[in-house]
Design a protein around this ligand. Structure first.
Ligand code: TAP
Length: 494
């Protein structure tokens, strides 16, 4: 299927109505592979965002969603998943056209998003809460309840999937929501809300507000009527969200950046390790929070590993996402392109060796797109900016280490703690090292697989709280204890 090439007019969805903004400054959304304008999106004002929050609050209090049984809410979520499957190819194509990623990645994202709705539909029907034995003749139950109004702010790198990671658990738990997509990639969010409308989710439950982070996102973070804020994005903006959320002490969940270590021991299977190192950094053109951007290689195999990785990296086909041959897509924007090229420049000036890549690609069909060669730096030291700072592009550094202790020290030598991997044929050693890596998402002899069933979140400056799994649901739930007196008689205290 080929989606229409007309410029789409995106709209907000508030209280079950598709609306534009009073702000006439429209956001022109482009295809990063060509720079063609593919859509225009509203830039909602602070007042329009506040109205969406009020609608979500009134709808929550009305009980049209929170008072449904878990089974009833689950039925809606199953229907949403089925509609995503029905519109799969359309959503994939739009995601590729808006984000610049390759089709195979978008197919993975959209398939995973449908499964995420099914996972939370099933989870919300599973046994929940606890019964406690307490000293008094009392029976104590602990139950989970929705938080209330959830503000959801998502980034541009996995626009559809990151929205779903928040919407599926928040809605399953019985909350009402206001979602703000990234200005760079709002296109597929609108499809998701069309689906919500189509399956009959009551008006006011799920609201979509497009616009600037500094306006819409900030209003959600600050509002006293928002009970929980779930944010995925940079550590810098995450800090601001935390400060803004302090006003009413709202629940916060922050999924932030990373500079994740991929540790390769000499006893690892070389072909597998090289293959996963490439996948770890170049999947999503490196615009992935968990990217394996610091590759740590044991001294005795360092040179052979570098040689093999460079050889393979040079063969990677970079190109437009809808081209079946493309293996790595575009940077999402001119600004992201410039950021990455600037880091490459910084690496060279810092004295690192540019082992391969380093350039923008502009030949033929790539001439107007934001494409960068898969890039590797060697001969780096821990104090270099390219080793410490998140680049969020197809750029990795390769560092040498000597033995386990050195590997662990280097792996943890960063402010971030999102992900990490160890490659070794010695299972005990791999587990010893992975247990010492201060990060929330780790793999042994693999990189990147992510499951809706398991919690996703970071240590250190990579975040607070979790997406996915039971933990992802709990971020949108309150915990209440109910104590039932089994001997109904006066206390006799006074
Ligand atoms: P950010 O610049 O932080 O933007 C993320 C979202 O926050 C966007 O929707 C943005 O809006 C909004 N925003 C900006 N300023 C805001 C403010 N003052 N208040 C509230 N919201 C605000 O990140 P990005 O560039 O989109 O994404 C890349 C970053 O996200 C990387 O650091 C990456 O590691 C991280 N990330 C983390 C994960 C996980 S799961 N840990 C997953 C994906 C990405 P606009 O841009 O539309 O104005």
């Amino acid at each position: 299927m080929t989606v229409s090439t007309k410029v789409r007019e995106l709209k907000n969805y508030i209280n079950g109505k598709w609306t534009t903004s009073t702000n006439k400054d429209l956001n022109k959304v482009i295809n990063p592979a060509t720079q063609e304008v593919i859509a225009t999106a509203p830039r909602a004002t602070k007042e329009e965002t506040e109205r969406a929050i009020q609608i979500a609050k009134e709808t929550f209090e009305s009980g049209v969603w929170s008072d449904l049984t878990a089974q009833e809410r689950a039925q809606y979520l199953y229907k949403v998943a089925d509609k995503i499957d029905e519109r799969f190819e359309e959503i994939v194509e739009l995601e590729v056209t808006n984000n610049g990623k390759i089709k195979a990645e978008a197919e993975f994202d959209i398939g995973d998003a449908a499964d995420c709705f099914r996972y939370y539909a099933a989870l919300i029907k599973a046994p929940s809460g606890e019964v406690y034995n307490v000293p008094e003749p009392m029976q104590t139950m602990v139950v989970k309840e929705p938080v209330g109004v959830a503000g959801l702010v998502v980034p541009w790198n996995l626009p559809f999937l990151m929205s779903v990671w928040k919407l599926a658990p928040a809605l399953a738990a019985g909350n009402t929501v206001v979602l703000k997509p990234a200005e760079l990639t709002p296109v597929t969010a609108m499809i998701l809300f069309e689906i919500f409308e189509e399956v009959g989710i009551p008006k006011g439950v799920a609201n979509l507000v497009m616009g600037k982070g500094s306006v819409v996102g900030q209003t959600l973070a600050e509002s006293n009527d928002v009970d929980a804020i779930s944010f995925t994005g940079s550590t810098e903006v995450g800090r601001g969200i935390m400060r803004a959320a302090a006003g009413n002490l709202k629940k916060i969940s922050l999924e932030l950046g990373g500079k994740s270590p991929n540790v390769i021991f000499a006893d690892a299977d070389m072909e597998t390790a090289v293959d996963y190192a490439l996948f770890g950094i170049y999947f999503g053109a490196g615009q992935v929070c968990s990217a394996g951007s610091r590759i740590l290689v044991e001294e005795s195999i360092h040179d052979e590993f570098v040689e093999k990785m460079v050889e393979r990296a040079k063969q990677i086909k970079v190109g437009p996402g809808l081209d079946e041959d493309s293996q790595v897509g575009a940077m999402v924007s001119q600004s992201q392109l410039e950021t990455v090229l600037n880091y490459i420049d910084i690496g060279v000036k810092e004295g690192a060796t540019l082992a391969c890549g380093g350039n923008r690609l502009t030949k033929g069909a790539l001439k107007n797109g934001f494409f960068i060669e898969p890039t590797l730096f060697t001969n780096v030291t821990s104090d270099m900016r390219i080793v410490q700072e998140e680049i969020f592009g197809p750029v990795a550094v390769i560092q040498k280490f000597k033995g386990e202790k050195d590997a662990i020290e280097l792996a943890n030598d960063t402010d971030y703690g999102l992900a990490g991997a160890v490659f070794s044929s010695d299972g005990a050693k791999a587990l010893r090292v992975i247990k010492k890596i201060r990060a929330g998402i780790t793999w042994i002899n693999a990189y990147h697989p992510t499951y809706n069933e398991t919690p996703w979140g970071g240590y250190k400056q990579s975040g607070i709280g979790h997406s996915l799994g039971i933990y992802g649901l709990e971020d949108f739930q309150e915990v209440k204890q109910i104590n039932i007196n089994l001997e109904v008689e006066p206390t006799g205290w006074f």
